[in-house]
Structures are given as C-alpha cells and as structure tokens.
Design a protein around this ligand. Structure first.
Ligand SMILES: NC(=O)C1=CN([C@@H]2O[C@H](COP(=O)(O)OP(=O)(O)OC[C@H]3O[C@@H](n4cnc5c(N)ncnc54)[C@H](O)[C@@H]3O)[C@@H](O)[C@H]2O)C=CC1
Ligand SMILES: O=C(O)CCC(=O)C(=O)O
Length: 528
C-alpha cells in the first residue's frame, strides 16, 4: 500500500528526510497552489503537511476523503480547522519545540532593532543620508521587559533579556510565584505587567481570550513611551489601537512580525516611522525549518508505520472497551474542570480527582484527561484535547493525582475535583443521575443540585433574610431571567452560597451591581 503525502507549503528538504527514507510513501510537493487548486488536488492524499500559509479549512477537509493526518511544521494551529479535522477523524500533529529558539531570537532581534532604530537608520543610509541625529535609541540595560504569555517562547525570550541585564516581569495564567522565582522573573497580573514595562512582548496563542488582549484600554495603562513587540500572532494586538497609540506618542516603538491579515494588505502601520516589521519570519531559520520538518515528518511516518504519534493536537485515544463504560462521564468530567476553573481566580498548583463508587474499579485516566481538558481549554484553547491534556498540565507544573474509593456516599458514582492554588483548596463534585443527566452536587462544602450547562452565577453571601429577594429583584431589573436557583449554607446566619442558572450571560455592569448589594460577598459568572 502506498501512503500519499501532499506538502503544500515550503519545507526544508533536509527536514523531510524521514519521509524520503520511508518505504511505501509517495511525496508530492506543490507549494504554489491557490486555495481552489488545493481543494481540487487534495482528494486521494493520506497526509497533508503545511506551515502557516496553507489554510486548512472545513471546506478543504470535506474534499479530502482519504486524509488521515495533517502535519503542521510549526507551533500555531490556527490555520487548521481542528474541529473539522477531529470531526472527520483526522489526526493533527504539530512541532511544538522545533522553532522555539528561532522565535525567541527573532523577538530579541526585533527588540534590539527597535530600541536602536536600526532599520530606520539603514533605510536613511541606503537613501544616501548620513543622519546621526534622528536615530537616538534607548539602552535595554535596567529596563523592564513585560512578557505576556510565559510558555516555551516567552521563557526563552525572558532568559535572553536577562542576559541584556533587563528586569523581566511576566504574566501567564499558569505561572506561579514558585516557578517565577525559579526562573528569576517577577510576576503579576496582565495589568501589573503592562503598568511597569518599558518593553512589552506578547507570546500567547491567538484565542478568543487573547484576541485584542492589547487594546486601547491596555495601551492607556502602559507607561508613556512604551515599546511593544508581537512575534506571536496577528490579532493579539489591536492594530487600530496600536496605530492610534503610536500616533499619539504613547507608544514610542512597535516591532511586528505578525499581522491581523496575512499576507498583509493594510500597510498603514508601516507609514509610521516608529514601527518596524518583518513578514512572519520568527521561525524562518535553517535550523528551525529543518527541526520542525523533521519532527512533523517523523510523526507522519510513525503514524503510517505504527499508528502512533508524539505531538498530537486532537487525537482521541481512548480504548474502545473502556470508552463504552466511561463515555457517559466524559462530558461531566470536562464540565467539572471548566466549572472550577471559572470559579477560581488563581493559578492551579495541584489537582486531585476522586472517583467514588463503581468508577473506582475502572481505568478512569481518560476521564481525568477530559477534566484537565475542561480546565486547561480556558487558557490554551483548541490545542488541548484528552490526549495532550495531562502532558500540558504537567508542563505547566500542575501536579495531577487520581484517587479512588468504592464508597460513594449515596451516589452510584461520584467524581470530585479538587484544585489547590496559592489561595487554598476549592472543589466541586458531580454525578450522573439515573435518566436525568449530569449534576453538580457539591461546591466546596455546600450541597447543591446544579445542571452543569449554560450560564451560571455563583454568589457568596451572608445568610440573612431578604438577600435572595434582592438578588432576584436586581437581576429582574437587569432583564436577566433566572432559570433555577440553589441555596446552600454552612450554619444558620453564616456564610452561604447561591447557584443561579440564568438564560443569558449577565452584563459586567449587572454583575457589579450584584456584587455591591448588601450582604453579598462576591459574584462569579460561570459559562459552560
Ligand atoms: N512568529 C513566528 O514565526 C512564530 C510564532 N509563534 C507563536 O508564538 C506563540 C507562543 O508559542 P509557544 O511559546 O511555543 O506556545 P506555548 O503554548 O508554549 O505558550 C503559550 C503560553 O501562552 C499562555 N496564555 C494563554 N492565554 C493567555 C492569556 N490570556 N494571557 C497570558 N498568557 C496566556 C499559555 O498559558 C501558554 O503558557 C504561538 O501563538 C505561536 O504560534 C511560534 C513560533 C514562531
Ligand atoms: O511556519 C512558519 O514559518 C510560521 C511559524 C509559526 O508561526 C508557528 O510555528 O506558529
């Protein structure tokens, strides 16, 4: 049998030697196809290997009736419709480590070029202007670099910046005080980072949560004269807001490798002398291109020869016989993870999942992974699945433990998730009620009965007469319909909670008003 592989973006020839050496493969390299030509060409191929140019859309996937694996020679998979690939049973693999170094070096090159106005000075010189006055820069030494997104590349950039004797402050939802100390950086919230940084560099993936993370409001809290870098993904910085911030003088320099639309169509930002740019070259080194091509080629060969891969982004790998028994708990596990993540405004350090009842006699590792997927997807987005969730959690320094007991205190099965953060331990427990679907039955030590779906509000309050009525009245005034409400309390007159299920998400202003009501201690929206 021949395995047909289409490579549709330029890949290092040295890097694809694992493919060239494999028996029974037919490699076709066509790197100049239009989307329409690619759609006409794709059918019949077993594997598609791309970089960032090829858009692997649902329409393309639907035309690829033989496709089994998509290889992304790089990190970001935002050019691949993962949902469609998963839906069609196509494994997506990437090369998460191969270009980290190059992307970090490019970021440093951009920071230094920007700080010393090297591209601008070169441009003048090339136009035969010997101008030594217009290009006075700033030193990096003793300046503060703010790193938003402290994963592989963010950490490598920080290490290099420290070599330039910069101070580094970072924000990442997975960064704990302990890890920050170990890595020799300060840490704080995004606002903390933006307020104190002389240079800001972003290294997050582009997700719903990170789209326009650096916007008008973000620029407003930055220092006057801040310099800003984006070598991650176009769209993390709002380009219109950046334009205005540079124009107004708030931002003294911007260095961009990536853009909201690529190839670039709107060149307005480049009219500004403070802005320097490269056309998405962060990973464009011989070393990185060879490395990502080797990694992805090895995974494609491994899939072809053994059916296994190393760097899966979406592979569901649950043994069939286990799957049948535990499948009904998949959704509940994931929702418990998301529920607790929304509830907790702190970095998870340890996660314990307790299985009580019949589940204790089964291999429940897929459930734990699904719970972690629910937990991590809030910050890592689509790249998390039940295959890579545990790996990613470990990579973030989260200690994951499973515990089992056959005693389940009145439930056939009970799954309790406990998350430890620097602020303490929070937990939620859920079960499947016979014929009535999933329920969250305990939040911390309060007994509840909540369907884990839709929009929920978790309200902490003092157990006093009239509080519940005031909450209902206010939400009514704000046109928020309450579908269900649960109340739990520790002791009469003590701390209490309300779990409300509402028909639509409450506006921020409504939540603020709710939080300001007498006897209310706090309000947390949860969206499942
Ligand atoms: N310009 C280029 O050619 C290249 C760009 N990239 C891009 O760089 C980005 C980062 O890559 P890696 O470091 O390898 O990924 P990574 O997954 O190791 O790190 C990303 C980090 O962002 C954090 N994060 C997620 N949401 C966040 C938020 N709202 N605020 C702060 N942090 C948040 C995550 O927790 C994670 O630690 C990706 O978007 C990738 O596509 C990567 C390589 C080359
Ligand atoms: O393939 C490329 O050159 C882009 C690399 C990149 O952006 C990534 O790996 O996320």
């Amino acid at each position: 049998m021949t395995f047909h592989i289409l490579i549709s973006d330029p890949l290092s020839e040295d890097g694809i030697y694992p493919l060239r050496q494999a028996n029974g493969v037919n490699i076709v390299m066509e790197t100049n196809l239009t989307p329409e030509q690619l759609a006409d060409r794709i059918d019949g191929f077993d594997a598609l290997i791309v970089r960032s140019q090829t858009q692997v859309t649902r329409e393309l996937i639907e035309k690829a009736s033989n496709l089994k694996i998509i290889g992304r020679a790089g990190v970001g998979v935002d050019n691949i419709d993962l949902e469609a690939a998963t839906e069609y049973g196509i494994i997506v693999v990437n090369a998460p480590d191969g270009n980290t170094n190059s992307a970090a070096e490019h970021t440093m090159a951009m920071i230094m070029s920007m700080a010393r106005k090297i591209p601008q000075a070169f441009h003048a010189l090339r136009n035969q202007q010997w101008d030594r006055k217009s290009f006075v820069g700033v030193e990096l030494k003793n300046k503060t670099l703010g790193v938003v997104g402290f994963g592989r590349i963010g950490q490598e950039v920080a290490a290099r910046a420290k070599g330039q004797r910069m101070n580094v402050i970072a924000y990442d939802p997975f960064l704990t005080a302990e890890r920050a100390e170990k890595l020799g950086v300060d840490f704080g919230s995004v606002e903390d980072v933006l307020k104190v940084a002389d240079f800001v560099t972003v290294h997050t993936p582009l997700l719903k949560e990170t789209k326009h993370l650096i916007n008008k409001q973000a620029f407003e809290i930055m220092k006057d004269g801040v310099q800003i870098v984006n070598c991650a993904r176009g769209g993390i910085i709002d380009e219109n807001a950046l334009y205005d911030a540079v124009k107004s003088g708030k931002v003294a320099g911007a260095a961009l490798d990536v853009f909201e639309q690529e190839p670039m169509v709107d060149f307005r930002l480049l009219d500004l002398p403070e802005v320097i740019a490269t056309p998405h070259l962060g990973a464009s080194t011989f070393e990185a291109q060879e490395s990502v091509a080797v990694d992805v080629s090895m995974d494609v060969v491994s899939y072809f020869t053994t059916g296994t891969v190393r760097n899966s982004v979406n592979l569901p790998s649950v043994p069939k016989e286990i799957m049948k028994k535990i499948e009904p708990y998949f959704d509940l596990s994931e929702r418990l993870g998301t529920f607790l993540t929304d509830l907790i405004d702190a970095t998870a350090e340890e996660v314990t999942v307790r299985y009580a009842g019949e589940l204790a006699n089964m291999d429940v590792r897929p459930l734990t992974r699904n719970m972690l997927k629910g937990m991590l997807k809030r910050h890592l987005g689509k790249q998390v699945n039940n295959v890579n969730a545990l790996y990613l959690a470990n990579q973030k320094g989260i200690v994951v433990t499973e515990q089992k007991t056959t005693e389940s205190k009145g439930f056939t099965n009970l799954i309790t998730v406990e998350i430890k953060t620097a602020e303490g331990i929070r937990k939620a427990a859920g079960t499947l009620l016979n014929g009535q679907g999933a329920r969250i039955v305990k939040v911390d030590d309060y007994l509840v009965d909540v369907v884990p779906e839709g929009h929920l509000l978790y309200v902490r309050h003092n157990d006093r007469p009239g509080v519940i009525g005031r909450v209902g009245t206010l939400l009514g005034q704000e046109n928020v319909n309450i579908a269900t409400m649960q109340v739990g309390r520790s002791i009469v007159g003590g701390d209490a909670i309300m779990m409300l299920s509402i028909d639509k998400p409450a506006e921020t202003s409504s939540l603020e008003q709710l939080g300001n009501l007498e006897e209310i201690q706090g309000v947390t929206p949860i969206n499942l």
